[in-house]
Design a binder for this molecule. Structure first.
Ligand code: PGA
Length: 264
């Protein structure tokens, strides 16, 4: 059984006041959704503030990035143990904005994934193709390389404590969403890829969709058999939109009892 996970990636947004307001409103709007796991991913500077606010709520907290090692002379960077120490449970690794603007390679992302696991954080490994790559029919090749780089760095068993997010780069922040069928195709492909390495992990790992998910399209995307949640950017900055997506997931889960797995 895979529980839905709805994650809000707040990116480089917010002030002390707006983050307080957003967090408190999300908590009050989502307290009644027992069938869905929820996590917010504020910027580093707001993590402690949000962590205090979510104590005694159903919301978890995670970071958007981390660096290698436990500590050291890496000015401006933050380590996995530091994030765990201040109460983070999750961390994004390999978000396409990090790959694109900060030149993170598959190999660096794989190392970050390993560091997250070692620090007892749940990595949310982001994978996805650009528009060019999709147009050239390279979607599966790109995603295979992104996942294989991680499997080269760490054993498949580590994926037991991980989440994957399929985020087609052309759908992020563009308002252009993958259709439910396009998302399902890639999610199913990812599950089959993992299935070759470990059957149990392939059937239990949560694969989120990310890329302009919003209340209007969340129901159709989340209803797909291999879509286990969402990584929400823009729509997570409005508490009402984020809560509506959580409500949709909660409703779908209560209708179906659990999500069937079609692998095997
Ligand atoms: P978006 O961002 O929902 O604004 O497209 C998703 C993400 O980057 O994780």
């Amino acid at each position: 059984m895979r529980r839905y996970l709805i994650a809000g990636n707040w990116k480089m947004h917010g002030s002390k006041a707006s983050v307080k307001d957003l967090t408190e409103t999300v908590i009050s709007l989502t307290f009644n959704y027992p069938n869905v796991d929820m996590v917010v991913l504020p910027s580093y500077v707001h993590l402690t503030q949000v962590h205090h606010l979510i104590t005694n709520s159903y919301i978890s907290i995670g970071a958007q990035n981390l660096y290698l090692g436990n500590e050291g002379a890496f000015t401006g960077e933050v380590s996995g143990p530091m994030l765990a120490d201040i109460g983070c449970s999750y961390v994004l690794v390999g978000h396409s904005e990090r790959r694109q603007y900060f030149h993170e390679t598959n190999e660096l992302v794989a190392k970050k994934f390993k560091v997250a696991i070692t620090a007892n954080l749940t990595p949310i490994l982001c994978v996805g193709e650009t528009l060019d790559e999709r147009n050239q029919g390279k979607t599966e090749e790109v995603i295979t390389a992104q996942i294989h780089a991680v499997l080269k760095e760490i054993d498949i068993s580590a994926f037991k404590s991980a989440v994957i997010a399929y985020e087609p780069v052309w759908a992020i922040g563009t308002g252009q969403t993958a259709t439910p069928v396009q998302a399902q195709e890639v999610h199913e492909f990812i599950r089959k890829l993992l299935h070759k390495n470990n059957v149990d992990i392939a059937s239990t790992i949560r694969i989120l969709y990310g890329g302009s998910m919003k209340p209007e399209n969340a129901g159709d995307l989340l209803a797909m058999s291999d879509v286990d949640g969402g990584l929400i950017g823009g729509a997570s900055l409005k508490a009402e939109s984020f809560a509506q997506i959580c409500q949709t997931a909660n409703h779908l889960a209560s209708m179906s009892g659990h999500k069937a797995c079609r692998i095997g």
